[in-house]
Ligand binder design. Structure first.
Ligand code: E4P
Length: 216
């Protein structure tokens, strides 16, 4: 499973990239706004911190505007993936950009039929939003399972990018459901390593080593 980090905070991205565990980055307009930095500048810096795809989202809502913005974003760096919303105009723009060799991440996916449309439109990634479905008492994980089955039935190459991941359990369940990629905030990625028995076990091993005077 590929790990993308969902943030526009370049310090966090650099810190996590140093672990070698990060395969790409996703951003959205809310995350860019939170960074307080100019859009193109922050995307360029993020692209220099990873070789993997960096999703940068358009703000136009009509197909022509999205295509224009998508081409502008794709010029920032070779590893930009243009993020488009799952609307008819987004799907039209997706087909055009994909045909020109620009990878597209179709975002704000909340149903299996939407994911089917995105795959047919040539999306490189589909982003089902797990947490936001859970927020309204629907089963985000069931959506990942449905998309996995549909894409496998028809051998679509669109990668399932589990998004709006809010907890370590979301990561585990997405992996079990066969998502190709998950994107999560830095805090969730860092928390994956935690287990109280690991901490307790290490404490005991180190105390015993100290008592026995073990040196390596
Ligand atoms: C993914 O591309 C989105 O930026 C993100 O996962 C949204 O997460 P949220 O629902 O926690 O805001």
């Amino acid at each position: 499973m590929k790990f993308f980090v969902d943030t526009a905070d370049t310090k966090d991205i650099a810190d996590l990239a140093a672990t070698g565990l990060i395969d790409g980055v996703t951003t959205n307009p809310s995350l860019i706004a939170k960074s307080g930095r100019p859009f193109a500048e922050v995307i360029a810096e993020i692209c220099s911190l990873t070789d993997g795809p960096v999703s940068a989202e358009v703000v136009a809502t009509d197909a022509d505007g999205m295509i224009k913005e998508g081409k502008t974003l794709a010029k920032i760096a070779e590893n930009v993936a243009v993020k488009l919303p799952l609307t008819w105009d987004g799907l039209k723009a997706c087909r055009t950009l994909a045909d020109e060799g620009i990878p597209v991440n179709v975002t704000l996916c909340f149903s299996a039929n939407q994911a089917l449309l995105a795959a047919k439109a040539g999306a490189a990634f589909i982003s089902p939003f797990i947490g936001r479905l859970d927020d309204i008492h629907l089963d985000g994980m069931e959506l990942i399972q449905e998309i996995r089955q549909i894409y496998d039935n028809y051998m679509f190459e669109t990668e399932i990018l589990a998004a709006s991941i809010r907890s370590p359990n979301h990561v585990k369940l997405s992996a079990l459901a066969g998502a190709d990629v998950m994107t999560a905030p830095p805090s969730v990625i860092r928390s994956l390593v935690n287990h109280p028995l690991t901490d307790k076990g290490l404490e005991i091993f180190l105390a015993d080593a100290k008592k026995a005077g073990i040196k390596v």
